[in-house]
Design a protein around this ligand. Structure first.
Ligand code: GLA
Length: 374
């Protein structure tokens, strides 16, 4: 792109992906989550270009594009909507953004359940906030990025990914209450264990439509239970007893979805206690239990993720594993003894490739800090 030839960035921003220890699909049900940012990031280089409305964005590995701030509209090219959606949301809050140039470079594998979308949205919003001195708070950046995903990308996501990308702290996980947005940074030290991610390299493209379907199924459950308990606003207000009382009025599918979410919220609180007591054995058991729910009750797993979690179960050096993120592929998260990483990675790669003819990626991650200026 022409502007890249004499592009001197004024600002460089690093925006991380995230893992989630526990609390999957609980965020849009107003429950609890336990994510943290990781060291894999998207880097934005930004500069004002002196024009009133004209902007140029170039993403390494993709074709660049230019647009006019006065004519922001949804694009047919999917990744551009992360950029355009953010600008559309910012334009509702301020008119201080003017022409800018931007390059984007990622070492965060796309579509792998590590939230490259939130890293993209939040990194750009954070960068424009700095570049044009917009005065937006961190939570405003989180919320406008989430809305960008709803309106321009079309996934009715919860708030976890954007929150984790912006608010994380090195060496900590975030216990976030998605109803009140109250949160705590909880220090974690899992030595001599490590967090090993296995990327299945599959991202089934039903993910977005199935995601929105899960949300609707949960809302259907809430509407049924509200008839008997008018105070219920979301699954956060539902107990197992309430669910049992309405069981015969709902389909088995809706029952299973609600049952998973109620248990998953409890698992978040149980895992926080286990971390606080340094009881990693319990942390691991909760991971396996959660994966069972993800696979059988919420039905957002896939044969590839199930295979890797089952393989982890055969290895005594692994305390627990589960698929992390929105589902239908992406990565499994494994809590593994440091001395077993090489041998397990070799076995997992060999067996996975034998079964699916796909070469998986294995990498360690650590709880890292949120979006920042470099
Ligand atoms: C995706 C969404 C999040 C959350 C997870 C599942 O990553 O963006 O809001 O719902 O799926 O926990």
């Amino acid at each position: 792109m022409q502007f890249l030839e004499n592009f001197t960035p004024e600002l460089t921003i690093s925006s991380p992906g995230r893992i989630n220890f526990i609390g999957e699909h609980t965020d849009y049900n107003m429950g609890y989550v336990l994510p943290t940012a990781i060291g894999n990031t998207i880097t934005f280089k930004l500069a004002k270009n002196g024009y009133q409305n004209s902007c140029n964005v170039h993403s390494v590995g993709y074709e660049g594009f230019s647009f006019d701030l006065d004519k922001i509209a949804i694009s047919d090219t999917e990744w551009q909507n992360y950029v355009l959606g953010v600008l559309n949301e910012i334009s509702k809050l301020t008119d201080k953004v003017k022409g800018f140039d931007c390059t984007i470079e990622s070492n965060l594998p796309l579509g792998s359940g590590l939230s490259s979308s939130a890293a993209m949205e939040c990194g750009l919003a954070f960068g424009l906030n700095e570049l044009f001195d917009l005065g937006l708070s961190k939570i405003t950046i989180v919320e406008l990025s989430q809305r960008a995903e709803h309106t321009y990308v079309g996934t009715q996501c919860g708030i976890m990914d954007q929150f984790a990308s912006v608010m994380s702290k090195e060496g900590h996980v975030i216990l976030l209450d998605c109803q009140s947005l109250e949160f705590q940074h909880i220090p974690i030290d899992i030595k001599p264990y490590k967090i090993l991610m296995l990327n299945t390299k599959v991202s089934h493209n039903l993910a977005s439509s199935e995601y929105n379907t899960r949300k609707k199924e949960c809302e259907e459950g809430v509407a049924i239970m509200r008839k008997k308990n008018p105070h219920i606003k979301s699954l956060r207000d539902v107990t197992s007893e309430m669910l049992e009382t309405s069981k015969n009025e709902m389909t088995k599918t809706v029952y299973n979805r609600c049952s998973f979410i109620i248990d998953e919220n409890q698992r978040v609180l149980d895992m926080v206690n286990a971390f606080k007591q340094n009881d990693l054995k319990t942390v691991g058991e909760i991971l396996y239990e959660a994966h069972h729910g993800i696979s059988k009750l919420y039905e957002v797993s896939c044969p590839e993720s199930d295979f890797l979690v089952n393989l982890a179960k055969t290895n005594p050096s692994i305390l627990g594993a589960r698929q992390t993120g929105g589902g239908f592929g992406g990565c499994t998260l494994n809590i593994i003894h440091k001395d077993a990483i090489n041998s397990f990675t070799a076995i997992a790669s060999r067996e996975y490739s034998k079964k699916f003819n796909i070469q998986l990626d294995a990498f360690e991650v650590q709880p890292s800090g949120g979006t920042c200026i470099l």
